[in-house]
Every structure is written in C-alpha cells, then in structure tokens.
Write a protein that binds this ligand. Structure first.
Ligand code: FIX
Ligand code: ZN
Length: 452
C-alpha cells in the first residue's frame, strides 16, 4: 500500500526557491543579520544624559553592579555592613581584587566586565583600575552614550521612570527634553506595591485619594496617570510583582490595578508590563542584591488576559519553572507578549532553554531579550551574548526547516529578526519605527566622537 496521503501524492514537490541559502550559508547569514539589525532594548534602568547623576556609567558603577556585589559576598569575608560604609571607589576596588585578581572571573556577570574592558581596549588583567578610571573620566556622557549604544547595536532603550521617585520627579517637573534613543516607561511599583507608603504623595499633589483606596481614589489615580502620560510620553506602564501575586483577590493592589491602571492603559492605548516572581529583600543585609525569586501562580495572568481582552500585556516571569506555562498562555491569549529572560535567567544555559522553547511554541511572536542594564556600558556585553545565542538558536531552527523542505532566504531571516527585536515591540507600543539602520547609528556615533 502507498503510505503517502492523497494530497501529498498529488501536490508537486515544493522545491526551494532560487535565492534559498544552502545549509552552510544559514548560520553566517543569521549572524550577519543579527549584527546589522539595530535592536530595541525594551527594559533597562538606564537614563538619558539629561537625568544627570541618575544615569550610571563607568568602571566604578560597573563593578558595583548588584549582580557582582552578590558574588563578592560569597568570596569575601567582608561583612556587608562594612562594605556599605566604603566609598564607591573603595567598593569597586574591593570587588576587583576579590573577583578579578584573587579569583578567575568565570561567572556570567564577571565575564561581562572582561568583555567590556576588551571592547574599550582596556587591560583586563591589571592589579588596579587606574587605566580604566582615566579612560572613563575622559568621556563626555552625551557622545559616550551614543557610542555605547552603537557598539551594542541598540537603537533605542526603554528607561524605568517612577513618578513617585523623589529624585526623578523634580527632573520631570522641571521639564525634560525627550531623547529619541531613551524612551520613558511609567513605572508603578510605588503606587501598586506600596500604596500605604505613597498615597499621601498623591494627596499632596492635589489628587483626592485615601489610604483605603475608597471613594474617588481610582478615578483620581487615572487623572494622575493621565497627567504623567502627558509629561512623560511613556511607551508603556510597568510594575514588578511578587511571586505571591493573585488576581482576582480582594486587595488594594488589585483594586488599583483593575479600576485605575488597566482602564488608563486602555484609554491611553498603552501596554502594561507585568514582571512577576520577585521575592524582595530575602536578605536585606545585601541591599539591592538581597532580592530572590519564587515560582508564581500564572492563573493570575490567565485571569487578567481573559478579563481584559482590550488591554495588551508585556510579560516577563522570573522563575524558570514558570516559563513553559507562560508560552502556553501566550498561545491562548494574543494580548499577551512574553519578553526577555529576566535577571537570574539571563545566563546562557537558561536563556538558551527558554528561547528555544519560545521559538518552538511561538515562532517569532515574542521578544527574546531585554538587557535590564543599570549601568550604561552593560548593554555592550549583554547584547553581545544575546546575539551569540540567537545566532545558534535561529540557525538551528532554519536548518531544521530547510531539512523539512522549505528554502530559507536572507529576507526570511531579516523578517524574523526584525520582528523579534524591533517590530513586535513597535507594534505593541505603537512606537514609531525610526527606520534608522545600524550604519546610520555608526555615522552618528562617529560624528559625536569627533565632537569630543
Ligand atoms: O524590578 C526590576 O525592574 C528588576 O529588574 C530590578 O529591580 C533588579 O534589581 C534588576 O536589576 C534585575 O536585573
Ligand atoms: Zn529591571
């Protein structure tokens, strides 16, 4: 018996088109497309130069990144209380000595520092940081930030802007010139995760809110959000939520979410980013490095996506154990866009597993990565790593597809890479495509370098 199905036997063989790549060309073309496509970094803690001291950059900030501080406390006998009393420069020296001089920097975060030093042609094995310090001291932040984004292959970054952060607030209130490469994001952690500690700030600004979120509170928060929308022009609103997050549940947080934030997002046509699964301050002695992770009940996300089909949700979950479920929910709800391998997941082994799973389950309908950079130059090594990983993963997917009988053309690869690292986000946030290519960025970088 002929085992071919009727339709198979009648259909002419689907021959690869003339411009299809031969298998050995696939990986180099994927690599080339990834390196020439400017990415959008959809979540960072960076600031445009106009924010002054809030924007972190340079070797001392890089070495005192909280990822490295956590590793430092594992290899040093210095108690955290003593470390916090040191100056930033002394802290950086201590971390360099322990993690880079006395030990081999094989962890992901320490390797990142080495990659950065190499990118700026700075010594990676010296006993002190003097040369690196004088290099960064000679930079002007305006041209340096442009050069760094160009080196990272990133056209645009999304900042994290909390209107209740006292330092940021005054900068926004004094009027801030928007920067085309630094998009703002309205972060709601203070409002949604600690209403008790922050409602009075809104009340002082003239919004009729109260501690119990009763009466006109929800309407007034919507007015507050719309005022800040006018001031900031954010590309989305965002909140990070604990692993214990439940929805629906009778809490102030959920009341504010359902009656203020979600309707505001709909009205202002903004997505809401939910970053779920953090266990804040499990070890307060470590300050920012003291947060951990917990598996969450993604039934809460299911309920939100189903209850609010007119809203768009950008979602990252911190626990490795929640990743497969997130993909399943994204298959059920097209108002859900998974993004990034967040924080403790941004390691090659875990990012590989998650990204492969997402490609297999969602094709190109997700955003593979964000840098979460807190210090400007981190975007260089973080995006270098992402491009390296995606080269392997995408090339493998195209090889499998080619074996299945579909010709792969350069334009197919370009289409997918643009979708993954630009247009999924542009479409979700209605961000206008700038159309700037990496060669435009390079030109801009060169020009500003000359200005120095
Ligand atoms: O809540 C967040 O946006 C987290 O990404 C950060 O607060 C966290 O400390 C971090 O830097 C993770 O990469
Ligand atoms: Zn973050």
């Amino acid at each position: 018996m002929d085992t071919r199905s009727v339709s198979q036997s009648k259909r002419p063989r689907n021959l690869p088109s003339a411009d299809a790549l031969i298998p050995s060309q696939i990986e180099p073309v994927v690599e080339e497309v990834l390196s020439s496509t400017p990415f959008i970094d959809v979540h960072t803690h960076l600031f445009s130069p106009a924010f002054g001291k809030l924007g972190l950059w340079g070797i001392d900030e890089l070495l005192t990144y909280h990822y490295l501080e956590a590793e430092f406390f594992r290899s040093s006998d210095m108690p955290p209380e003593r470390y916090w009393k040191l100056s930033k420069r002394e802290q950086a020296d201590a971390i360099w000595q322990v993690l880079f001089v006395e030990n081999t920097p094989i962890s992901e975060a320490t390797r990142g520092i080495i990659a950065l030093l190499k990118a700026f042609e700075l010594p990676a094995e010296s006993a002190d940081l003097e040369e690196a310090r004088s290099f960064f001291k000679a930079q002007r932040i305006e041209s340096h930030s442009q050069r760094v984004l160009q080196m990272a292959g990133v056209s645009t970054v999304a900042m994290t802007n909390d209107p209740l952060d006292p330092e940021e607030q005054s900068i926004w209130m004094n009027g801030l010139k928007p920067h085309p490469q630094f998009q703002s994001v309205l972060r709601l952690d203070r409002i949604l995760c600690d209403w008790g500690g922050h409602w009075q700030q809104l009340a002082k600004q003239g919004y009729a809110v109260d501690a119990h979120a009763s009466g006109k509170t929800a309407i007034e928060i919507r007015r507050f959000l719309s005022d800040w929308h006018e001031r900031m022009h954010p590309v989305y609103m965002a909140v990070s939520l604990p692993d214990t997050f439940q929805f629906p549940e009778d809490t102030i947080q959920n009341k504010l979410l359902a009656e203020a934030v979600i309707p505001s997002c709909r009205e202002l046509d903004l997505p809401l980013s939910l970053m779920i699964g953090v266990r804040r301050q499990v070890n307060p002695r470590l300050h920012l490095a003291g947060d951990a992770v917990g598996r969450t009940d993604l039934g809460a996300l299911e309920n939100l996506c189903r209850a609010f089909p007119g809203n768009r949700f950008l979602v990252s979950v911190l626990s490795r154990e929640n990743q497969h479920e997130l993909c399943v929910y994204a298959r059920k709800f097209n108002n859900l866009m998974p993004f990034g391998c967040w924080w403790f997941l941004n390691n090659p082994s875990i990012a590989e597993e998650i990204t492969r799973e997402r490609i297999e389950m969602l094709g190109a309908s997700f955003i593979p990565q964000h840098s979460d950079a807190r210090v400007l130059e981190q975007v260089i090594y973080k995006w270098q790593n992402t491009r390296m990983l995606l080269t392997r993963l995408l090339a493998n997917s195209y090889r499998l597809l080619s074996n299945n009988g579909r010709g792969i053309r350069r334009q197919d690869i370009q289409h997918d890479v643009t979708r993954l690292f630009r247009s999924n986000f542009e479409k979700w946030t209605r961000l206008n495509a700038t159309g700037s290519s990496l060669s435009d960025l390079r030109k801009e970088g060169h020009e500003s370098d000359k200005d120095r």
